[in-house]
Design a protein around this ligand. Structure first.
Ligand SMILES: [Zn+2]
Length: 375
C-alpha cells in the first residue's frame, strides 16, 4: 500500500506548490476542497465535482455522526463508497461544529457533551471518539480534535483553550494509532497572539503530524487580521508538511493565504452562494437575480469553460433563479466550483513559473474592472 506523502515542487516567495500523495490519489497544492457536509456537495453529482478539477473534498464529522451515523456509513462500506467519491476525503474533527451548532454544550477536560441540533439526542465527542468516527468514515485525512474559543476572547482565555487543544492533540495522536496511507493533521491555535501560536506550533511539532492546520482563523476577525497572523503562523510549522487553513474563503482570501504559504483550504462559500444566486467570476461577484440580467444573452463569464457558461445565458440563469428551479443552484454551484478550481490551477502554475506576483496583480486588476457593462 502506498504511503501518505507530501512533495514540495516549487516556491515563489512564501508561496508553495507541490503534491500530496495518498493511496486514493494525488492532491495538487495549493488545493481548494469543496465542502460535502452531509456526504454530498449540495446540488452537485460527485462526478461533476471531480470534473471541476477538485482532487479532494471535505466531510463534516459532526453532521455525519448524527445522521446517518458513522457506524451506518461503515456498515455500508465507508464514506467514499456511500457517496460515490473515490478520491481523497478530509474530515474535520467535529469540534468546531459542536461549538457552533449543538446546544446544551458542556466542555470538560474529557471532551464536549452536547445535544444534537436535529433531534436533541445526547452525545459526547472526545479526541478518542472523534478519531473513531473519522476512522469509521474511512477519511484519508483526519483532523485532530480541538477547541476553538468564541471571539472576542482575552489572551488568558485563548491560552487556556489552546493548551487544552494541545492536550487533545496528543490524545488524538495516540488514539489514531498506526495507519499507513492515512494522515492525521494537528491544528495550531493561539488566536491572534504570536507567542501563543509559537507555543502551539512547538507542541504540535513535538507530537508529530502528517500535516498541520492553522486553526482559529476565518471566524469573523476580518481579512486584515487574518493575513496579519498568516504573515508569521505558517512559518512556525514544519516546511516539509502540508499546511491547511480551515474555512477559507473568498477568492481574495485564498490568493492572500496562498501568497503566505498555505497549501490547502476549504469553504462552503462557492457552493452555498451558488444556491442563493451569487456567482464568483474573474471580475468579482455577480448577483444573478438582478433585473439587469433578464435580457442578457451572454454567459456569466465568457472566459469560463464550465457547463453553466458554455451552454446557458445570464438571462436563463436569471429566469431559473427567479422561478426557484433546482437547475439554478446546480448551474451556479458548478460555475463557482469551476471558477475556484481554475483559480487554484492559475496559482499553482504561477508559483511553478515564478510569476506569482504578476498573477496576483492581474487577479486584482481584473476584479477591480467589475462586471461587464449591462446590455
Ligand atoms: Zn462558468
Amino acid at each position: 500500500m502506498s504511503k501518505f506523502s507530501f512533495t514540495l515542487n516549487a516556491t515563489d516567495g512564501a508561496a508553495r506548490t507541490g503534491v500530496i500523495s495518498t493511496p486514493r490519489g494525488e492532491i495538487r497544492t495549493p488545493a481548494f476542497m469543496p465542502v460535502g457536509t452531509a456526504a454530498t456537495v449540495k446540488a452537485m453529482m460527485p462526478e461533476s465535482v471531480a470534473a471541476t478539477g477538485a482532487d479532494i473534498l471535505l466531510g463534516n464529522t459532526y453532521h455525519l455522526m448524527l445522521r446517518p451515523t458513522a457506524e451506518r456509513i461503515a456498515r455500508l462500506g465507508g464514506l467514499h463508497k456511500f457517496m460515490n467519491w473515490n478520491k481523497p476525503i478530509l474530515t474535520d474533527s467535529g469540534g468546531f461544529q459542536v461549538m457552533s451548532l449543538a446546544s446544551l454544550r458542556k466542555l470538560t477536560e474529557e471532551g464536549v457533551r452536547f445535544a444534537s441540533h436535529i433531534d436533541g439526542s445526547k452525545h459526547m465527542l472526545t479526541p478518542e471518539r472523534s478519531m473513531e468516527i473519522q476512522k469509521l468514515l474511512g477519511s484519508d485525512i483526519v483532523m485532530a480534535f480541538d477547541e476553538c474559543p468564541a471571539l472576542p476572547a482575552t489572551d488568558a482565555e485563548v491560552a487556556k483553550s489552546m493548551r487544552l487543544s494541545m492536550r487533545w492533540a496528543l490524545r488524538s495522536r495516540e488514539a489514531f494509532g498506526d495507519r499507513p496511507g492515512y494522515a492525521l493533521f494537528g491544528i495550531q491555535q493561539g488566536g491572534v497572539t504570536r507567542e501563543l501560536r509559537a507555543e502551539s506550533a512547538e507542541k504540535l511539532t513535538e507530537i508529530g503530524f502528517e500535516g498541520y492546520a492553522v486553526g482559529g482563523l476565518a471566524v469573523g476577525e476580518g481579512q486584515e487580521v487574518m493575513f496579519g497572523v498568516l504573515d508569521y503562523a505558517p512559518d512556525m510549522l514544519p516546511v516539509d508538511k502540508p499546511r491547511y487553513l480551515m474555512g477559507v474563503g473568498k477568492p481574495d482570501d485564498i490568493v492572500g493565504a496562498v501568497e503566505r504559504g498555505i497549501d490547502m483550504m476549504d469553504c462552503v462559500l462557492p457552493s452555498r452562494s451558488g444556491r442563493t444566486g451569487q456567482a464568483w467570476t474573474r471580475r468579482g461577484q455577480i448577483n444573478i437575480k438582478n433585473a439587469r440580467h433578464a435580457d442578457d444573452p451572454r454567459p456569466l463569464d465568457e472566459g469560463c469553460t464550465c457547463p453553466a457558461c458554455r451552454n446557458y445565458s445570464r438571462a436563463y440563469l436569471h429566469h431559473v433563479f427567479r422561478s426557484q428551479e433546482m437547475i439554478s443552484g446546480m448551474l451556479l454551484t458548478w460555475h463557482n466550483l469551476h471558477y475556484y478550481q481554475d483559480l487554484m490551477q492559475g496559482l499553482r502554475d504561477a508559483i511553478a513559473a515564478g510569476t506569482l506576483a504578476q498573477f496576483v496583480a492581474a487577479f486584482h486588476a481584473k476584479r477591480a474592472e467589475g462586471d461587464i457593462e449591462p446590455i
